[in-house]
Design a protein around this ligand. Sequence first.
Ligand SMILES: [Zn+2]
Length: 182
Amino acid sequence: MPTENALKNRSNNSCEFCAAKDNLTVYSVPPTSDLSAQQSIYLCQTCVKQVEGEQQLDVNHWRCLTDSMWNQEPAVQVMSYRMLHKLSTESWAQDALEMIYLEDDVRTWAEQGIAAEQSNGPTRDSNGAELHDGDNVTLIKDLKVKGANFTAKQGTMVRGIALTDNPEHIEGKVNGTRIVLA
Ligand SMILES: [Zn+2]
């Protein structure tokens, strides 16, 4: 696999975050990657699992970012920046974010990924406005109401919505019936 070979050479066969030598794997930098070496980094399992959120962040492990952020490769800089951002409650990570140097286009790339992650955070309406408990919303299309025997028509006002844990679902009242909108 050409990308992996290029990354092996580039990284001297070590994790580009923490320099571990074992179980290295190619990580393609989201949100869009052409799978080239320029848009990938070489990571150990410890790093990749935490980057992908499979394992909780072990704060002390990520002190390695204060070295990797100076890596010459934009892809490594981008991921170092994003990880520092995730750890920005730590004062050392704050300091690093203030010191990190990114070219303008690299900074844009780094921030794209952060914006993409945040977009599945708060619940938003069809115009992108953030919704809060107690808001009234108007349906933009007919909705079959799950578990009830009617369809809520487009233009129906749903009053006093309640957000759920899932940003895709809200609850509200139509015709006095409590419904879940998905
Ligand atoms: Zn690592």
